[in-house]
Design a protein around this ligand. Structure first.
Ligand SMILES: [Zn+2]
Ligand SMILES: [Zn+2]
Length: 160
């Protein structure tokens, strides 16, 4: 699926028309270059798009993962799934401990993170972080810094 950069028309695969996309001169007469153009406006610029199966929006391809867009994933974020995700990435507990220590407790430098992590109580969703945000919000921001990796691991079923 593509979106025309000229008029915004959505085209299915193979929906482009063939038209003149360039003109040059060869042997003293005009030579035309042909390529894919929009059947509506004739523009030859296209952007790859995908549809979100939750909200139905058609968005640039890099905003949609496996049929779910970034904002639907963001709106549907769950603290439990986020904790699980953080514990499952990085080396050992590195992503989880980085999140808890740096984002929740505001620890800048620590010699023994495992020890410190053990000593601090584990944040719940409504835990108030050192910067005043809830742990839920802090975690969502932290995870969405690389939302595609999160999507890749949590969005399971692709639809057609
Ligand atoms: Zn167009
Ligand atoms: Zn969506």
């Amino acid at each position: 699926m593509m979106r025309c950069e000229g008029c915004g028309e959505i085209l299915e695969e193979g929906g482009a028309a063939c038209g003149v996309i360039g003109e040059s001169e060869a042997w003293g007469s005009a030579a035309f270059e042909y390529g894919a153009v929009c059947p509506v406006c004739g523009c030859d610029g296209f952007e790859d798009c995908a549809i979100c199966r939750i909200c139905g929006e058609i968005l640039p391809e890099d905003e949609v993962w496996n049929g779910v867009c970034r904002s639907c994933l963001y709106d549907g974020f769950e603290f439990g799934a986020g904790s699980e995700y953080l514990r499952s990435i990085g080396d050992g507990n590195s992503a989880w401990s980085d999140f808890v220590l740096s984002r929740v407790y505001g620890v800048v430098k620590c010699e023994d993170t495992a020890f410190l992590l053990d000593a601090l109580s584990e944040p719940s969703a409504d835990f108030v972080c050192s910067d005043g945000k809830s742990a839920f919000e802090a975690m969502r921001l932290y995870i969405f810094e690389d939302w595609q990796d999160y999507a890749e691991r949590t969005v399971k079923h692709a639809v057609g």
